[in-house]
Design a protein around this ligand. Structure first.
Ligand code: KIV
Ligand code: ZN
Length: 522
């Protein structure tokens, strides 16, 4: 009989740990609502103790969601208590606590002699901490998940002991993460099989898998573990996450669906919401999906060569193992224009998965009119880009009020910008190597900071000369990365907005203030 696989989505927790991909509370709420529409079983909404903003986001999601909401907590009382405080109003709360279990992690994180003089003693300390953490979490809620961090590189005997202990303490799900994406599929599934043999109470908990993609094996490893008995898989939309990311939700779900002949599993995922979810996550995080990415990449269903196109025309199955429609690719494009009105816009945005309050709708409508004036036809992709741009941003402290760029052959490009914050406006000009460099320099002069630009990309959102241009800028400051995204039919303006948004991200996250806006104007 077909068995259900539990889909645990960690886009909002592990996914948000992608370089630069920080999300604000409104964006997280929208993604959580879309994940509910996608019908995931568990949403890991964040790590509540790590910051007030994380706490707030987990709480807001827990307050309104019908889905199981998980909050991450280290094996510490303060983490667990804070996680539960955030989850208190959830209809189905889950505390997800974890300990480091590999020798690398134990020696690295528990080096202090207070945890024991030898590795053996330190392992015992971690074992006890894990038991205590799970038992403490169980005093708050009946759904407790325990993860053995870096299980992929943990000695199998010790891993079996710690998993047995966690189940004894009351863990209802036990997760075996390949934290550093190190294992091969046969090795990883071998570990799961060995745990099933060694852990005598294993049937009292669900086995979960959580694979990182450092060797590009996250999805293969996850599926190999499901085939051997794991029944929960942890994954993210677009595969985003720490370093090379996590196993991609859409790839796992569609692999299980398409190859049901090999593994008789089902998920409750609503496949036709995959594309909408992918686009929303990419829009809000600023993490671009590579064109050849399986399932959700722009080229995933494109057939370029003549032979392929001919084969497709005769019979789609010649070169297509699933239909684009099955994941929500909409072939009949709905086009809006200036005359579609607020209601038309609102209805289409709801269909695309966005829920706006009156203020947000007004902002979206103004931005929509601006685009509609310039390019007449507004496509779904334009709307998604617009939503990812600035509609939910209440942290836009520094705004681009005005920009003028002078560039051409035989002239030195120069830019002038006016940046507004509250009532104050600062104007600066600068030359540059090109118009984008000039405008970035002018922004830096106006703000009095010079972040390192880690990456800068521009693309057109739809086709045609009037297409909306989207710029994504990633900056690095104080050893962290921050993404910014800007859109406009003018790519220099899009670039300026993206750069400023990345700087806003940095300043708001670090609560830094800029001297130039703090001093009174003379
Ligand atoms: O990769 C990992 O080990 C994790 C755990 C916290 C589950 O993200
Ligand atoms: Zn992880």
């Amino acid at each position: 009989m077909s068995e259900k696989i539990i889909i645990f989505d960690t886009t909002l927790r592990d996914g948000e740990q992608s370089p630069g991909a920080s999300l604000n509370v409104y964006e997280k709420l929208e993604i959580a609502r879309q994940l509910a529409k996608l019908n995931v079983d568990v949403i890991e909404a964040g790590f509540p103790v790590s910051s007030p903003a994380q706490f707030e986001a987990v709480k807001r999601i827990a307050d309104e969601s019908e889905v199981i909401i998980a909050g991450l907590a280290r094996a510490k009382e303060i983490d667990i208590k804070t996680a539960f405080d955030a989850l208190r109003n959830a209809k189905k709360p889950r505390i997800h606590t974890f300990s480091s279990t590999s020798d690398y992690h134990i020696l690295g994180k528990f080096g202090d002699s207070k945890y024991g003089a030898t590795l053996e003693e330190k392992r015992k300390t971690v074992l006890k901490m894990s038991y205590d953490a799970v038992a403490y979490a169980r005093t708050f809620c009946s759904d407790v998940e325990f993860s053995a961090e870096d299980a992929g590189r943990t000695d199998i005997g010790y891993l079996a002991d710690i998993i047995e202990t966690a189940i004894e303490a009351g863990a209802t799900t036990v997760n075996i993460p390949d934290t550093v994406g190190y294992t091969f599929p046969s090795e990883y599934s071998g570990k799961i099989a060995e745990l099933k043999r060694r852990v005598k109470n294993i049937d009292k908990a669900i086995i979960s898998v959580h694979c990182h993609n450092d060797l590009g094996l996250a999805v293969a490893n996850s599926i190999s573990a499901l085939q051997i008995g794991a029944r929960q898989v942890e994954c993210t939309i677009n595969g985003i996450g720490e370093r090379a990311g996590n196993a991609s939700l859409e790839e796992i779900v569609m692999a299980l669906k398409v190859r049901k002949d090999l593994c008789d599993f089902y998920t409750d995922i609503n496949h036709t919401e995959i594309i909408s979810t992918s686009r929303m996550v990419s829009g809000f995080t600023g993490v671009v999906v590579q064109p050849n990415k399986a399932i959700v990449g722009e080229n995933a269903f494109a057939h370029e060569s003549g032979i392929h196109q001919d084969g497709m025309l005769k019979n789609r199955e010649t070169y297509e193992i699933m239909t684009p429609e099955s994941v929500g690719v909409n072939k009949t494009k709905i086009v809006l224009g200036r005359h579609s009105g607020r209601h038309g816009l609102k209805a289409r945005l709801i269909e695309l998965g966005y829920h706006l309050n009156e203020d947000e709708l007004q902002k979206a409508y103004d931005a929509f009119l601006e685009i509609a004036d310039k390019k007449k036809e507004v496509f779904d992709e334009d709307l998604r880009t617009l939503m990812g741009d600035e509609i939910y941003r209440d942290d836009e402290k520094y705004e681009l009020q005005y920009m003028h760029v002078n560039a051409g052959t035989g002239t030195i490009p120069t830019a002038t910008v006016q940046i507004k914050s509250g009532e104050k406006v600062v104007q600066e000009s600068s030359p540059g190597d090109g118009p984008v460099d000039a405008v970035f320099n002018a922004i830096e002069r106006a703000l009095g900071i010079k972040p390192t630009v880690e990456s800068y990309n521009v693309r057109s959102v739809t086709s045609g000369r009037q297409a909306l241009g989207e710029a994504i800028v990633r900056i690095r400051e104080d050893e962290n990365s921050y993404n910014g995204r800007g859109t406009s039919t003018d790519i220099i303006e899009a670039s300026a907005k993206a750069y400023l948004q990345a700087i806003n991200h940095y300043l708001v996250t670090t609560e830094k203030k800029l001297e130039v806006f703090e001093t009174e104007s003379v």
